[in-house]
Design a protein around this ligand. Structure first.
Ligand code: B12
Length: 353
């Protein structure tokens, strides 16, 4: 998460110009640059995956480092969405290959990646219905029942949504619809998607299109999930969620760990910040994968450090959670490892509890 995503060089000066246009929220210029590539014969899928996607990731890095404000990120993302729509308008309606429903997991608001996937699959000949952000499991299942697509493709940007993802995957599969998963929230190599028993995972839409052309996986039984249900520890953690969040907020005296940072990189609300830490710990517990929490902490410490904010508050947060979860061995292990990790690499001179 610390490596800063770079812009592709394959489109020459178009990529940096495109990012500049996004930074100025210049919709007209951004669309002109992207559509210009189509006019030059670059396939729509290449423009979406090779220009729009990397620009979005670069925007994220600029926001994470505090170079761009939240408002600038939002404006640039809106322009990027407009560009995807403009490119999409040039893609003929697909359908010959079959039908796909594309959407985001419950609670997942990163709709742009799913929209890119939807447009690329359409360009590859699929009839695509795009359901957008945060689709509740039950509503997705009833939609699948009603329209009976060949496949449902689910996108996840943040692993925090994985416990809910499991419910969604099971609900979709019960309708007889195979589930294709993707997005960084499922793990870089899709390992969490596999633990949750999806039918298939792909790193990107082009790879997904290639996979979808191979018939056998669609007829095959989905691999069994290695997670058979919520563990007692996960359930207990959920039961204590409110108390844990309150304890963290109290210990920080109502201040977000990001308080005082110009252009705060995360939510400005201390409750939301505390909820996020607890929910990442819960997701790690659900999947029995301490690396999920370790990854998150690395990102958090790096987001703070790159803005010159002390990570001292994180020690307080981890200490409070450890006190509240003293009888939860897996969560305690994650917290211990997290404190160790902060001590080793990411402390910023702040004092420790
Ligand atoms: C735009 C954006 C937002 C917008 C989303 C608006 C929208 N309409 O999408 C808003 C403002 C809502 C937002 C909110 C948040 N965001 Co945000 N966001 C981003 C940003 C800048 C771009 C996302 C994007 O479009 N990426 C480009 C796509 C194309 O890349 P991709 O996701 O890797 O997708 C490709 C593949 O993974 C794959 N793929 C994706 N889905 C699927 C599905 C299938 C089926 C397949 C086959 C393939 C596939 O194909 C895609 C195309 O190549 C990212 C930065 C980043 N690195 O992505 C941060 C980022 C994801 N956000 C981040 C954070 C922290 C948040 C918030 C928690 C902030 C907060 N405290 O409020 C919230 C969480 C909201 C929620 N509950 O979901 C962090 C996550 C860090 C982490 N720990 O993992 C990131 C990485 C920013 C950063 N650098 O720190 N965000």
């Amino acid at each position: 998460m610390t490596a800063s995503p770079t812009l592709p060089t394959r489109f020459g000066s178009v990529a940096p110009e495109f990012l500049e246009a996004l930074g100025r929220a210049d919709e007209w210029r951004a669309c002109e640059l992207a559509l210009g590539l189509l006019d030059d014969g670059v396939p729509a899928a290449d423009v979406l995956v090779g220009l729009v996607g990397p620009a979005a990731r670069r925007i994220g890095a600029l926001w994470e480092s505090g170079d761009w404000s939240v408002a600038q990120e939002h404006a640039a993302t809106c322009v990027n969405e407009r560009v995807v729509a403009a490119i999409g308008a040039r893609i003929p309606a697909g359908g010959a290959r079959g039908s796909i429903v594309v959407g985001c997991l419950d609670g997942e608001w990163h709709a742009l990646p799913a929209r890119i996937v939807a447009e690329v699959l359409r360009a590859k000949g699929w009839a695509v219905t795009f359901l957008g952000a945060s689709v509740p499991a039950e509503h997705l299942a009833s939609y699948l029942h009603q329209f009976g697509p060949d496949v449902v493709a689910l996108s996840c940007a943040l692993p925090i949504h994985l416990p809910a993802a499991h419910r969604t995957i099971v609900a979709a599969q019960r309708t007889g619809t195979p589930v294709l998963a993707g997005g960084p929230g499922f793990g870089a190599d899709g390992r969490w998607a596999r633990s949750l028993g999806v039918d298939a995972w792909a790193p990107g839409p082009v790879e997904a299109a290639a996979l979808l052309e191979q018939e056998p996986w669609r007829g095959a039984a989905p691999p069994a999930s290695t997670i058979t249900g919520a563990s007692a520890e996960y359930v207990g953690l959920q039961e204590r969620r409110g108390a844990l969040v309150a304890a963290v907020v109290d210990a920080l005296e109502g201040l977000s760990p990001f308080a005082g940072a110009p252009g705060n990189p995360l939510a400005t609300d201390p409750v939301q910040d505390a909820e996020q830490v607890v929910d990442f710990l819960a997701a790690a517990t659900y999947l029995s994968d301490d690396e999920l929490f370790a990854d998150y902490l690395r990102w958090l410490a790096s987001a703070l450090s790159s803005r010159g904010i002390s990570t001292a508050a994180l020690h307080t947060v981890l200490g409070e959670l450890a006190a509240g979860l003293h009888d939860f061995p897996f969560a305690l292990g994650c917290l211990r490892q997290g404190r160790e990790q902060l001590r080793r690499g990411h402390t910023n001179g702040g004092d420790e509890r």
